[in-house]
Design a protein around this ligand. Sequence first.
Ligand code: TXA
Ligand code: MG
Length: 373
Amino acid sequence: MMKTKRWMTYKDNVKSSFRGQNAQHNHNRCGTHEDSAWLEEAAETLQGGGLVAFPTETVYGLGADARNTDAVAGIFRAKGRPSDNPLIVHIADSDQLDGLVKPYPTLARKLMELFWPGPLTIVLPVQSGALSPLVTANLPTVGVRMPDHPLALELLRQAGCPVAAPSANRSGRPSPTEASHVLDDLDGLIHGIVDGGATGVGLESTVVELLDEHTIAILRPGGITLEKLRRALPDIAVLGGEDGVSDQEEAPRSPGMKYIHYAPQGELTLVEGSPEQTEAYIAARLAEASARGERTGVLAFSESIHRYEADVKMDMGSRQKLDEAAARLYAALRCFDEEGAVSLWAESCSEEGIGRALMNRLSKAASKVIKLN
Ligand code: TXA
Ligand code: MG
């Protein structure tokens, strides 16, 4: 065990540049001090081979110098992560790609111009010897992204090295969207955490691979949605799950997607169907579970949450505002664990926009999916 240092960063200029949408989650900022020494200390820790968790616009990442094999090995150890699951490399400036990757398609450059900084990870051909082989799990490629978060960008710039950073949770647990989630999983196992309050998107970045100059395959859906990609690149074929390309069971191109993920400790059942069918089904199952004496939980949209009786009710916000549901999902799953709820049901949503990523994570968190129609 080590002492995990927590750097508070609540400078006004930084605070104001966060997305406002999860202001309700930011309660743990109150009454904390601001520490302007954080940047130098956190960057030096990374440079010295240490492990530093930091906020991004998606989820908290657990960072290490991507060139340093001992440091990267520390990430796998702290997370309990299988070693065949490669890590995303984070940069603050496109110039950092020089020496890191081999010549890549013009289409990749276009994606960077359109969506960086932002929640898009692009799989590129790696320059051999540029990174620790643990980062790429010996693949010939590396996933790279430039996070859209002022603290992450400051830290990456100050550290001056490419930073490998998976989500800062113990492997299999929901990704952390608040500093307290990171500490719940990794306190005493990492050198420090930059506490920047709640993250924005709440789900991990979209991972894409370029099949050729005209075709993009989404390997993991996220904040840069299929629709956004198609709208921005009308002449490019963008393959999502429905094309059978990115669905990991068939083509495990994104190795991480085959593992159990994001799961709460209880048994979660995801229910798909019309809102009316879903409500009736979940209400009946909740009643049965309570009759058996089980502690129950439900994850539902605000349109229907009041119709359920459960020990723990997590409101995802309105069906009309799926961005909010995305931002709330992981904290809600963690809340079930804290409250000891074991029989869990979740409503589903349309797979449009961010809904696709939300349903992807929900179905991975679920031990069962019930389709009512
Ligand atoms: O939003 C995010 O991407 C967060 C924040 C911290 O940046 N990071 C994150 O990292 O989610 P991680 O390690 O939890 O997920 C990385 C995903 C895995 O599914 C992995 O298999 C895939 O990216 N991946 C990484 N390198 C890859 C590669 N070379 N080819 C295909 N997939 C890759
Ligand atoms: Mg992860």
